[in-house]
Design a protein around this ligand. Sequence first.
Ligand SMILES: [Fe+2]
Length: 369
Amino acid sequence: MQEWEITVEELRRSLERGEEIVLLDVRSAEDRREWFIPGSVHRDIYALLKSGDASALQDFSVTAESPVVVVCNRGRTSMVAVELLRKQGIPAVSLRGGMQAWSLAWNLAAVPLGSDGVQVHQVRRTGKGCLSYLVASAGEAAVIDASVEVDVYLELAERGGWRITRVLETHVHADHLSRGRALAEATGATLHLPEQKRVKFGFSPLGNGDLIGVGKATIEVLAVPGHTIESACYLLDGKALFTGDTLFLESVGRPDLASEADRETRERAALLYRSLRRIAELPGETVVLPGHTASPVPFDGNPLMASLREVLDRVQLLALSEDQFVQEILSRIPPPPSNYLEIVRLNEEGASVDDPSVLEAGANRCAVA
Ligand SMILES: [Fe+2]
């Protein structure tokens, strides 16, 4: 059956090359609502396929020569669809491991900052919407919030001729396993985390106002408690702000996902408000580069970014008073991401697991929209 399958990496590369592919999603409507591959078409036939109904794809046809890739949750039901399509003369293949495996797929976009000699690359985990960054200047690079396999950053740095000297985390993550510690170990880079006593491994702490260098660029630390108590934003050369999960392009971070022992959500919501007000005082042209996006990231090379002015216009919550903000936030908090307590525990320990896609499966839920 293996020749009827395509791996995540093969599909990822094809999409990155801009090849025409028909992606057929056969999951339930409910599963699709959670997350999907951008550009995929949906047929709500999961139950039909499961029941062995041979007519499930009877009316499915393709006009062009484009290859058809069928996607389900774990790559088993999609194989049933592939068999049906092949009987109908369509040489479809199944995405091995389904959406669970696709959770690890990523793509890249360059971030234009108009800054002399400083390059920023956005590394996007397309399914989960985790955004990490590589900042490069004068032969050196820093990686912020590494969320895909270490080799991706190593290859990117090698291609650019940069040595990764610093690895930074904006906070202890609850939605994905950090690859920061492993990346620092693989490169010999300094591992920086905001000052806190949550993690059980060694790191170089960063506090409010600290300055660190990457080549000729400077990163300033802004302590922004709220999403988590230790959360920090990193300001690059006074121009671009890596906001982690504190401020997104259309929403703000949720204040309720940390270890159980952490402070009250209400208190953290108030801290988040004060942190966001401080961020709002930065110049309007500051480029906001968030740690997440809510929707799957297309393979279009367009960076997810906006000016602080645009973000402040969009995020109505920021115009509220502190009391109103806290009340709104508490009433809008979405369900927690799957396995978040286990992910927090592993990130506090600095542990890595063989197949992170099992723990990390599912959509990102770090925001309060
Ligand atoms: Fe987070």
